[in-house]
Design a binder for this molecule. Structure first.
Ligand code: NAD
Length: 500
């Protein structure tokens, strides 16, 4: 059984925690790897390596840092499929989907290669007589990324390319459920010329996370995961004086207006609800058709498409949807369908009946696509994030009712409206209290040069990820005011300096 280790100070190391956890191939249900779980000593070693590397790295010209990232980007393009295969084998998502994930990550690396431009400061001449003023952005020091299982390459890449480009050193703590992608990333950064200690990986669970969040040399923490843990990281980290951005869970609604192109909306829902087996923070998990007649037509169109979903192992090119990540998660998703049924929702398509009969995959963590109709606001399958291939239909009679529904939910990550009515779309864009909005776009994930982040319980902290928000998060500004002898006033002045 192969062992997944840490990457500290440019070396692959096992540490001495003696703790480890199985890593499963979700398609076979077999644990064919194990991951070492760090203790405090391992975390201290990684933070120490990053602290030692920082003074030189932050003084390295931004263009030189950018060139290393540019080489790393080229390596990623060359070995895209290799990284995607590793992701698929531990996460379960289809190879196409994993390639898409890595591609979205590479876009952030491309963005970060503009470091010299991104770090340009501001200069004001003659703010007073003979006085000039300028602002620069400086790095913070050691930054930490704690990431979820569902995007083992893309979510880390929302963070470290911008952190490194702006002169920080980084310690990544990936999900213990699919940890291998982090080591390929570390190896390829080293190959691209990144100095030892600038990027480190500690594998682990709560013990590693708590050691990182409590470490006094850690200046900033980027977290992505479930809301309860995001809140915990934000509260603990900020209480220790750290800068924290913590992105949490989601329940994304898609409104379908009566004038929408129904075929387009149905196909959009299929991809957005069942792609990656619903294990995406931007997955659409609630369809809100406006009017009963439209709801009937939508359910009728969705039903056969969901029944015909091709569910299989990630590496089978015919598969449209893979398994869930673990047996525990399969159990959790199943129990949400049970509770929806018990609370009165109509199970139009029941994924619990799905049996994977492909040889060798009978014990994989598979479930079929599920459609729940007549879901009500008070049901736990509506209120909570399921994070599986379960689409709930909540029927509403007007656009206003649909908008109120969205506003009543605690999560506000992404949302979409499908309509041909420019007036409704414009109102939605302006009024909806959600961070990422699509108009006839079901998964409106912002590009790398914009920023990713929801509202309400989907985020804790003031900064979204990547784009200029990422640059702001990973830098602090310094403003310097200079005066030269020609502008020197002769007499001491005791009042607050003003232009006069
Ligand atoms: P998770 O919260 O279980 O784990 C995230 C990270 O936190 C992992 O690295 C894990 O090791 C660590 N962790 C878990 N329990 C911990 C604890 N008790 N104390 C300290 N650290 C702990 O999330 P997950 O199941 O890996 O990922 C799915 C979740 O992530 C979903 O809720 C999804 O919506 C969310 N997510 C959100 C976004 C976003 O942008 N808002 C993006 C991707 C995923």
């Amino acid at each position: 059984m192969s062992e997944i280790v840490h990457f500290i100070n440019g070396q692959f190391v096992s540490g001495n925690s003696g703790r480890r956890q199985d890593v499963f191939n979700p398609a076979t249900g077999i644990a064919d790897k194990s991951v070492i779980l760090a203790n405090e000593d391992d975390v201290n070693a990684a933070v120490e390596a990053a602290s030692v590397a920082w003074p030189e790295w932050t003084k390295t010209p931004a263009l030189r840092r950018a060139r290393i990232l540019d080489k790393f980007k080229n390596i990623l393009w060359e070995r895209l499929t290799q990284l995607a295969e590793v992701i698929s084998s531990e996460h379960g998502k289809t190879l196409d989907d994993a390639i898409g994930e890595v591609t979205r990550g590479i876009e952030v690396v491309e963005f970060a290669t503009a470091a010299p431009t991104l770090l340009k400061g501001e200069f004001s001449e003659n703010v007073g007589s003979g006085v000039d003023s300028h602002m620069i952005r400086q790095s913070l020091g050691v930054c930490v990324g704690i990431t979820p299982f569902n995007f083992p390459a893309m979510v880390p890449m929302w963070m470290f390319p911008v952190a490194l480009a702006t002169g920080n050193c980084f310690v990544l703590k990936p999900s213990e459920r699919d940890p291998s992608a982090s080591l390929l990333i570390a190896e390829w950064l080293r190959e691209a010329g990144l100095p030892d200690g600038v990027f480190n990986v500690v594998q682990g669970d709560k013990m590693a996370v708590d050691s990182l969040v409590g470490h006094e040399d850690v200046k900033a923490i980027s977290f992505v995961g479930s809301t309860a843990i995001a809140n915990y990281i934000y509260t603990t980290g900020t209480a220790k004086g750290k800068r924290v951005q913590a992105l949490g869970g989601a329940k994304n609604h898609m409104i379908i207006m009566p004038d929408a192109d129904l075929e387009m909306a149905t196909n959009a829902l299929m991809g957005a609800a069942f792609g990656s087996a619903g294990e995406r923070c931007m997955a659409v998990s609630v369809a809100v058709p406006v009017t009963e007649a439209l709801a009937d037509a939508l359910v009728e169109k969705l039903k056969p498409k969901i029944e015909e979903l091709k569910i299989g192992p990630a590496l089978d090119p015919a598969s449209e949807m893979g398994p869930l990540v673990t047996a525990q998660h399969l159990q959790k998703v199943t129990s949400f369908i049970d509770s929806g049924e018990n609370e009165g929702a109509d199970v139009v398509v029941d994924g619990r009946n799905f049996k994977q009969d492909k040889q060798g995959y009978e014990n994989g963590f598979f479930i079929g696509g599920t459609l729940l109709d007549n879901v009500k606001e008070n049901m736990s399958c509506y209120r909570e994030e399921i994070f599986g291939p379960v689409l709930s239909v909540v029927r509403k009679n007007s656009y206003r009712e649909a908008l109120d529904l969205i506003h009543s939910h605690e999560y506000a990550n992404g949302t979409a409206i499908f309509t041909r009515d420019g007036d409704a779309a414009r109102n939605f864009m302006q009024d909806v209290e959600v961070g990422m909005v699509g108009v006839n776009v079901p998964i409106p994930v912002p590009m790398a040069f914009h920023s990713f982040g929801g509202w309400k319980s989907s985020i804790f902290g003031d900064h979204a990820m990547h784009g200029m928000e990422g640059v702001r998060f990973y830098t602090r500004i310094k403003t310097t005011t200079t005066r030269w002898p020609t502008g020197l006033r002769q007499n001491p002045e005791f009042k607050m300096p003003t232009l006069g």
